[in-house]
Design a protein around this ligand. Structure first.
Ligand code: ZN
Length: 449
């Protein structure tokens, strides 16, 4: 796998494309929407195209995309235009798109951001067709990612399906998107900071080794890509360009790993939890990025509080002896979750990672002995809580959980719940195995206000 530390961004993207399983083309430039036809024909030859968007995205870029296709002689059928109001990544929309696709012999072009891209990604896969994605905002990192994140029967799930064959990202369109959408993307990018720290932990403690290419793709320039958050708010072209590249790279990393591990850790579990609970604020579900931004601050607050605990003097034997047996773990889940489906999910995921007391003993000994080195690596990886809060605020993303309708008590409960809903090994697992969840949370909640 190529090392990408010092290569230019063009080379970076080229290397990502070479390593990608599904995506063969990325047209990322100003005015790229006018070149949709060239992208389409280079991937799908003489196939017919069908644009799938919503009222807003079709209004913004639909005409230019269709003009490009028609001017180049690409056969098209009428676009499928979904209502913009209340459109979200929910399975009934996948049904609708899939059933429509069955009636036409055409390759879909998704025209939109996170929701539309994920809906078309899954619907196209279900009718065994590839698709092209035309991105309209830098609002999340899913364009180039494997899998679609869709709410199914009330709970958010990731469906396996290939990434698009190609992505057209017109920077003029993206820079003109509502600032809150690009602020969401910035927060989804900032999440790579604690997500990377979680992977370092998982690697160090023998749970999940770091794989070099996905790691480099996300992390090697992360600080550079996160610089100038204020430019996200103002739609500064260079900032938006960097943000778009960064999010595409993150998607490529997931595509290459066939897992969201390179881009998602505990901070995403907060967001998934709130999704599964059907959380809304002022009648709407807060954006993915806004939730993971709050999750990132929550995760970093826990990292910082954990680092203030006496880790090098942990009584490993005593703590390991208190590690819950399966029955106690189940009992805790029963009291933590009210919603039945969520409870089932928690049983499934939490049981899958419930290790023996011996395993906890071995891991804690490793943590204790390796802490001086490990804590240095984590400190280098993490942006301090206060700094990240300022950066998110400058980008226009929320920085207090109350801003997305999560009060302090619920946030605190969310730490314990987020642990159970996913088997992925993160800071939540380390703090819990070290028997320090309550003291660390006491500390975190008294030092971040
Ligand atoms: Zn994300």
């Amino acid at each position: 796998m190529p090392t990408i530390e010092r290569t230019s961004e063009t080379e970076l993207l080229a290397a990502a494309l070479r390593s990608a399983r599904d995506t063969k083309l990325l047209e990322l430039d100003r005015g790229a929407r006018h070149r949709t036809a060239a992208a389409f024909t280079s991937l799908f030859g003489a196939a017919t195209a069908i644009v799938v968007g919503d009222e807003q995205t079709c209004e913004i870029a639909g005409r230019d995309v269709l003009d490009s296709l028609r001017a180049a002689g690409v056969p098209t059928v009428d676009p499928l235009i979904l209502p913009a109001e209340k459109l979200y990544a929910e399975y009934s929309f996948v049904d609708q798109i899939r059933e429509h696709l069955k009636t036409v012999d055409a390759v879909p072009i998704s025209l939109g951001a996170g929701s539309i891209n994920d809906l078309v990604k899954l619907a196209a896969h279900q009718v065994e067709r590839p698709y092209l994605s035309v991105a309209t905002a830098a609002s999340m990192d899913g364009y180039t990612a494997y899998g679609a994140s869709i709410t199914y029967r009330g709970s958010k799930q990731t469906f396996d399906c290939p990434a698009p064959k190609g992505v057209v990202a017109d920077l003029d369109v993206i820079a003109a998107a509502p600032p809150s959408m690009n602020a969401s993307g910035y927060a989804d990018l900032a999440a790579k900071c604690p997500a990377g720290a979680d992977w370092i932990l998982a690697d160090f403690l023998g749970e999940e080794p770091i794989s070099q290419f996905p790691w480099d793709a996300v992390q090697s320039r992360l600080r550079e890509w996160m610089a100038n958050p204020a430019g996200v708010q103002t739609g500064d072209f260079e900032t938006i360009r960097r943000l778009t590249i960064a999010l595409m790279m993150s998607g490529f990393a997931m595509q290459s790993a066939l897992s969201s591990r390179p881009a998602s850790g505990a901070e995403h579990q907060f967001s998934h939890l709130w999704d599964m609970e059907g959380h809304t604020h002022n009648g709407y579900a807060p954006s993915h990025g806004f939730k993971v931004g709050i999750g990132s601050l929550a995760s970093i607050a826990l990292y910082e509080a954990f680092a203030r605990q006496p880790i090098e003097s942990l009584d490993v034997e005593r703590i390991a002896d208190q590690w819950p047996e399966a029955m106690d773990n189940d009992a805790e889940i029963a009291t933590l979750f009210a919603h039945d489906e969520l409870k089932q999910k928690a049983y499934e995921e939490s049981r899958a990672k419930l290790v023996s007391r011996d395993a906890v003993r071995v891991q804690l000994a490793k943590l204790k002995a390796g802490w001086p080195e490990l804590s240095r690596r984590l400190q280098a990886q993490l942006v301090p809580h206060g700094e990240l809060r300022d950066m998110l605020a400058a980008a226009g993303a929320p920085t207090f959980s109350e801003e997305i309708g999560i009060d302090r008590d619920r946030l605190r409960r969310s730490y314990r719940q987020a642990y159970h809903i996913r088997r992925r090994f993160t800071i939540l697992d380390v703090v819990r195995r070290a028997g320090l969840m309550e003291p660390a949370l006491d500390d975190a909640f008294s030092s971040t206000n």
